[in-house]
Design a protein around this ligand. Sequence first.
Ligand code: ATP
Ligand code: MG
Length: 437
Amino acid sequence: MSVIANRPYGTKDVLPAEVNKWQTVERCAAETAEYFGFREIRFPTFENTTLFKRSVGDTTDVVQKEMYSVTAKSRDNGKDPEEFTLRPEGTAGAARAAIENGLLNEALPQKVYYMISCFRHEKPQAGRLREFHQFGAEMYGSKDASADAEVIALARSLLDSLGLENVELFINSIGCPKCRAEYHKALKEYFGKHKDELCHTCLDRLERNPMRILDCKSPICQGIAKDAPVILDFLCEECSAHFEKLKTLLNDMGIKFSVDPKIVRGLDYYTKTVFEFITNDIGAQGTVCGGGRYDGLIEQLGGNPLPALGFAMGLERIIMTMENAGVEFVPENKCELYIATMGEAAQRKAAVLTNDLRADGFFVETDTMNRGLKPQMKYANKIGAVFTMVLGDNELETGKAKLKNMETGEQTDIALDERFAENFYYNITSLKLKLDS
Ligand code: ATP
Ligand code: MG
């Protein structure tokens, strides 16, 4: 079978009839982020592979199993080939761009957001794709818990604006490298007793990064992990105080949350606060948003040491949750006027009128298929045109046409002169006012 007209496994098309769902979320996300003082940042779809290995971490599922990488010819022939990877997430690329362009030398905090496609070689299922989309926000420069509260408040506010008040917030602290050393020891001791049962990958993790075992998707490893020691019992004084302050602030702000000591997040760069927003409404893939603090990452990527934090929302999962909740999406724009034509002279006049009205910001259509009047009117009906107007020799001669309200059938005369746009504006506005009241 030909694959030319098939999309790659695990990818999706969004057709015009559904794109308003995406636009609803994207516009709301951008608007909310901007109210919170975040500015948009854009960066490449692919990066040097080492960036992700270094940041996401080479004991994570993402790096070990899920990256799409290519080896490409070197820039200067003869040298080693270059390794690139399609971004599996946004934090690394955003941080790289912020460092490379000196953004972090400007007034702090720096707050950025992005809307990106991400790529992971995973088993496609509901809410899990190979190309998916994220809305992400990152904040650089503050080590204080008030920054954590602000970033969480942004995610909460966006979810609320989208009508997803029922999506629940879970928080945890995974400490700093200092307290984690003790915790790792305890985990090694605990999982060491279950060596025979752990999956192959987790055996390796036991040596290199035992906390990753808590994030394993294998049911057997998950079963063992259930009774493992929890990080909250190992937090140092500073991390503990940070977590307490965050909880106080969230309570003050009226943001509901539960502490879930099992959340460790799937990426290595996290420190202290981690959080997830979870819904029970869309099946197994219920995490619609994940984030946390990553105080070591900027330095690890070659920048001056700088605390940072952020989150990413999976837009496919957000839209699924909204559909499930019966939330209303912003409707498509409606064609305000369809100009039907009879004869070539009318077609020429309609082309000019349509072009002028569009320049004035009206949504206008006219026939470009050379069809008869009847099929033109049928088409106008199908696209839901609010008004129609027929232009023929008669109208051109008298300089007048009839504007027809397609809902009521009501007709009003309108002059085809230089005040046409103004008159049309009057008609469409009074109709909208009538509908609103
Ligand atoms: P999961 O546990 O579901 O695999 P994750 O921990 O790998 O998620 P993150 O790396 O934190 O996910 O990415 C942030 C968000 O991006 C997730 O909460 C989810 O909403 C979304 N996401 C991650 N992977 C996918 C995917 N393959 N398809 C669709 N959405 C995804
Ligand atoms: Mg994953």
